[in-house]
Design a protein around this ligand. Structure first.
Ligand code: PLP
Length: 397
């Protein structure tokens, strides 16, 4: 029995696959250090868990409105005002089962077959595949370490065609850790201003994980006149260490939000009522619970960058946001290939080499559309990072 062409066009998430592979080797008794994880290694703060338990005890265990409870939607409206200075009405808000579903709903609501979606690379692994599910065409803009993994206004202009329907921007970026400055966003905005039909999707999932002390700002902060064509995607997964609770949310033009809600009503219906109560407590509660996590990420970022730059043939910029180091391993890959230590000159074989010979799991850059790099998550203990970096240094020396 044949599968749909839609499903044959996509692949399972490579980052989840690395995590699964490392877990399997671990269960077989190997001392693997997994640096593939895309989630904070902290527990969900207690007051958030308490809110969920209270919701269960109060009987909030039934369907809710498809697009989110009134309480959570109001908390999101208030959050957008307080932290981002955006004025959204509740009709412009949708709560979904994770940031991934928010993006999925958006793409399914606005992309027709053949429509182009501009995605700067390296990119979060799910953007292109979700576009492919909608039979859209991902159009990549390549960047590398030479340009700090940020696209220029000229590159954006060159990528736009009459078929461009959407532009995706993710800052702080998974995987590169790059953060666009307001001036860089203004330059991109100058291009987009000429194309009011292009939907701008800003994925602010790592908003709170700023590692430089700079204040977060997205493209609609840099260019307020672009707000009407912008969808702001966010969620509680990374900021509050709530990846398993599955709550993402977004704000945008009411007609798009309403279309997204329709899609959601015919797929998952509402996100878990209990998780919604927890997310409401997260957004309305004391925000200081985020600080210890960010402090730890800052410390680890300094350590990992310093260590990676001491590895033979590896170069790494200090991350400005999120919790990943994205290192250029091209020289190291070439050297290993030259010595016949790896069979193919690419980052997939390179990361398999690291897994087999150093027992360290990293994600190859090609998973993110950036061949020759590797992503190391520092959402793990300092102890693990010390061990892992020492093993990599030793193997590649
Ligand atoms: N956006 C980015 C850039 C991400 O890295 C992730 C998760 O890894 C998400 C969105 C989705 O987050 P979730 O679906 O876990 O809320």
């Amino acid at each position: 029995m044949e599968l749909s062409s839609r499903v044959q066009a996509i692949k399972p998430s490579p980052t989840l696959a690395v995590t699964a592979r490392a877990a399997k080797l671990k269960s077989e008794g190997k001392d693997i250090i997994g640096l593939g994880a895309g989630e904070p290694d902290f527990d969900t703060p207690q007051h958030i868990k308490d809110a969920a338990i209270a919701a269960i005890n109060k009987g909030q265990t039934k369907y809710t409105a498809v697009g989110g409870t009134p309480g959570l939607k109001s908390a999101i409206v208030a959050k957008f005002k307080r932290e981002n200075n955006f004025d959204f009405d509740v009709k412009q808000i949708l709560v979904s089962c994770g940031g991934k579903q928010s993006f999925f709903n958006l793409v399914l609501s606005v992309i027709n077959p053949g429509d182009e979606v501009i995605i700067p690379a390296p990119y979060w692994v799910s953007y292109p595949d979700i576009v492919l599910i909608a039979e859209g065409k991902p159009v990549f803009i390549s960047t590398g370490i030479e340009q700090n993994f940020k696209i220029s206004a000229q590159q954006l202009e060159a990528a736009i065609t009459p078929k461009t329907k959407m532009f995706v921007i993710n800052s702080p970026s998974n995987p590169s850790g790059a953060v666009y400055t307001l001036n860089e966003l203004k330059a991109l905005g100058e291009v987009l201003r000429k194309y009011p039909k292009i939907i701008i999707a800003t994925d602010d999932m790592y908003e709170h994980i700023m590692l430089t002390g700079e204040r977060f700002g997205n493209i609609a902060n840099a260019c307020p006149d672009l707000f009407p064509q912008t969808i702001v995607l966010n969620g509680v997964s990374k900021a509050y260490s709530m990846t398993g609770w599955r709550i993402g949310y977004c704000g945008g033009p009411a007609h798009i939000i309403s279309a997204m809600e329709n899609i959601q009503s015919q797929s998952t219906s509402n996100p878990s009522s209990i998780s919604q109560a927890a997310a409401e407590a997260a957004l309305n509660g004391d925000q200081s619970c985020i600080h210890p996590m960010v402090t730890a990420f800052k410390e680890r970022n300094i350590f990992v960058t310093e260590q990676l730059n001491q590895v033979n043939g590896v170069q790494c910029l200090s991350s400005q946001g999120a919790f990943y180091a994205f290192a250029d391993a091209r020289q190291s890959i070439n050297a290993l290939y030259g010595k016949n230590l790896i069979s193919t000159q690419n980052d997939i074989v390179f990361s398999e080499y690291l897994l087999e010979k150093a027992d360290v799991a990293v994600v190859p850059g090609s998973a993110f559309g950036c061949e020759g790099y590797m992503r190391l998550s520092f959402a793990t203990s300092m102890e693990n990072l010390k061990q892992a970096l020492s093993r990599i240094k030793h193997l590649l020396k």
